[in-house]
Design a protein around this ligand. Structure first.
Ligand code: MN
Length: 454
């Protein structure tokens, strides 16, 4: 039986006019969403995502949901934000991060599942070690992973707010997810970038290590972020594992879902998120610091598409590990540009030469029974087919039989004028030979030439 206790705090910060962050804190499902988008887009996106997540993460009649359901719920949240953005032109392009933690059941064991899209983070404080569970989907993080930036450079990089994966800007989204064995005394932090941009990991860790009450720790972290500038909305959820799942926790108690902190909206002007249907039966209690007992009635193994490795159960295991970042777009070097220009020039030259060769000459041939001047090569060349430029009045019957094989094969001439001279010559030849009568051409031809034509 795993017992969780949580507290949260959210604040508009000292610069922004509107808090576009949204927080969900129930007994077994926690989430931070950091919305973005003009007009009301950011607020709508984060709230829509949180609502949809809570609705989709429905526990089964008995026991806890599988981790896969948390991933599906994040995908559902993405779809909900996407559809709303499509339906309202004022909201077009809105998006949000979504980082969520849930108590789940995998292979009969209680586990903590973390799922993430964007750059809101989950951290784990365990036995004095403070580690980041999630990998930011941000341009800067990808540059760190590819070695272009150091972590220190990334922390203050001007482009650190450009995120590469967002809820709601495309109809589908890739979700990263991890499984974590609940260990008594462990503390998990979910937060928006408004905290980590202002407060170092070391300072965050020391607050988490010193302040016992999770609600107070969350409020202290928000205060610290404000003191360091508060340039963005700040949202913090602290979840304590009061009792872990050690000892196997063989199925005993009936589902005794205790009081849960109510989901709270980041919007100070109201519009608070109502308890999601999945948690509606839970009596709500004062936010933060309320012990929540979560137990499952049965221990039937849950069939799931999620594989849970048994090794080192206390270490976070990637449930759906971060995708390899797409190859970062490096500046195209001059050498590459030079090569491409040269390649284009070579291609152009080859195409030009072919076109010149294929179309730059003429021949005299036959078009049906008429002598014609063609542009191109007899029979064509590559994709260039010859075409008639002048269908003369001269018919094959008026041409000397000895010329006909040339005409059938195509008599090449270097220019149109040369081709016309050749045709004129054909006419003169026929006219200058008194014994040649065009009307009898065919008989004469078959007997006096070796053209082979009958
Ligand atoms: Mn933010």
């Amino acid at each position: 039986m795993t017992l969780l206790r949580s507290g949260s705090a959210t604040d508009v910060g000292r610069v922004r006019q509107v808090n576009q962050d949204c927080v969900l804190e129930t007994g077994s499902l926690f989430a931070v969403a950091d919305g973005m988008g003009g007009h009301a887009g950011g607020e709508v996106a984060s709230r829509t995502a949180i609502d949809a997540l809570a609705r989709a993460f429905q526990p089964p009649a008995e026991g806890l949901p599988p981790a896969g359901l948390l991933i599906e719920a994040v995908e559902t949240a993405n779809q909900a934000v996407w559809e709303q953005a499509q339906a309202d032109s004022d909201l077009w392009g809105m998006g949000t991060t979504l980082t969520t933690l849930a108590l789940v059941e995998e292979e009969g064991r209680e586990e903590l599942a973390v799922a993430n899209v964007g750059d809101s983070r989950a951290y784990l404080l365990s036995g004095g070690d403070f580690t980041q569970l999630t990998a930011d989907h941000s341009l800067v993080e990808e540059m760190v992973r590819s070695g272009e930036l150091s972590a220190a450079q990334a922390a203050h990089h001007p482009k650190r707010h450009i995120i590469t994966r967002v809820i709601g800007v495309e109809p589908t989204v890739d979700v990263d997810a991890w499984l974590l064995r609940p260990v008594t005394g462990d503390r998990i932090l979910l937060c928006s970038d408004g905290l980590v941009d202002e407060v170092s990991d070391e300072d965050i860790a020391s607050v988490l290590a010193e302040v016992e009450d999770p609600g107070q720790a969350a409020r202290d972290l928000v205060t610290l972020a404000r003191e360091h500038g508060g340039r963005d909305n700040i949202t913090v959820i602290v979840v304590d594992v009061v009792a872990g799942a050690e000892g196997g926790g063989a199925g005993t108690t009936s589902a005794a879902v205790g009081p849960a902190g109510p989901p709270t909206s980041a919007d100070p002007g109201g519009g608070s998120i109502g308890p999601p249907p999945s948690q509606a039966a839970n009596p709500a209690a004062a936010s933060g610091g309320t012990g929540v007992a979560l137990a499952t009635a049965t221990r039937t193994p849950v069939t799931s598409r999620v594989q849970v490795p048994s090794a080192s159960p206390t270490q976070p295991r990637p449930l759906r590990p971060p995708q390899a970042p797409p190859r970062s777009s490096r500046p195209v070097t001059l050498r590459v540009v030079g090569f491409l220009v040269l390649l284009a020039a070579v291609i152009a030259a080859v195409v030009g030469a072919v076109a010149w060769y294929a179309t730059g000459s003429y021949y005299v041939g036959l078009a049906g029974r008429r002598v014609a001047i063609y542009q191109g090569r007899p029979g064509g060349f590559l994709w260039f087919q010859p075409h008639v430029v002048d269908r003369t009045s001269l018919t094959t019957g008026e041409v000397l039989p000895s010329r006909r094989p040339d005409l059938r094969a195509g008599m090449q001439e270097p220019s149109l004028a040369a081709a016309r001279r050749y045709v004129a010559n054909l006419r003169q030849e026929a006219a200058s030979l008194p014994q040649f009568h065009p009307s009898r051409t065919h008989h004469k031809a078959s007997t006096t030439t070796t053209s082979g034509r009958s």
